[in-house]
Design a protein around this ligand. Structure first.
Ligand SMILES: Nc1nc2c(ncn2[C@@H]2O[C@H](COP(=O)(O)OP(=O)(O)O)[C@@H](O)[C@H]2O)c(=O)[nH]1
Ligand SMILES: [Mg+2]
Length: 169
């Protein structure tokens, strides 16, 4: 029987979290911006497993809830819109995650790579110090790319978990 795996998306408003989740879930992302109130969800099948996608608002007003929302995540995608200002803000989210959720695998998505003046994935990675992938969530053709990033990182998270268990024996 398949298991259910939780993957969280954390980031400031309007960086593209909901659009990324819709893209992964195979829905056509709407282009008009509808802010997510509280929490949003998506899901996809991965073999016999279900991957639950949690969309977590990064405004500091919601910060008291992050611990509860992130609890049980197998993987956390931190999303930035790749503008210099947002990349710097997002660094604080990553630092908070590293402090509060030490064990969890954190990956950055440098979204909106189609916009002029964006930071490349490499530049974002140099600021955030976590593995970073460039993506354009409004481009339906990027779905496969995002899907393979997710699969690759889920496998890595599994390997890391097994290594940790092994070293404890
Ligand atoms: N140009 C561009 N716009 C995007 C991209 N991803 C999302 N958007 C737009 O940015 C706005 C906010 O996206 P949304 O997913 O709602 O952000 P959220 O607040 O992080 O959930 C929407 O108008 C999206 O259409 C992208 O890769 N490129
Ligand atoms: Mg949203």
């Amino acid at each position: 029987m398949g298991v259910s795996v939780k993957v969280s998306f954390l980031g400031y408003p309007s960086v593209g979290k909901s659009t990324l989740i819709k893209l992964l879930s195979g829905q056509v992302p709407p282009l008009d911006y509808k802010p997510t109130i509280g929490l949003d969800f998506g899901s996809l099948q991965f073999g016999e497993h279900e991957v639950k996608l949690w969309d977590i608002g990064g405004q500091s007003a919601f910060q008291p809830f992050w611990n509860q929302y992130l609890n049980g995540s197998y993987l956390v995608f931190v999303v930035t819109d790749s503008t210099p200002q947002n990349v710097l803000q997002t660094k604080q989210l990553v630092e908070w995650l590293n402090r509060e959720h030490k064990g969890v695998r954190v990956i950055a998505l440098a979204n909106k790579q189609d916009i002029d003046g964006h930071f490349s994935a490499e530049r974002v990675e140099n600021v955030l110090h976590v593995p970073t992938y460039g993506i354009t969530a409004i481009e339906p053709r990027e779905r496969d790319k995002l899907y393979y990033i997710l699969v690759k990182e889920l496998l890595k998270a599994t390997e890391e978990g097994e290594e940790k268990n092994g070293s404890n024996e």
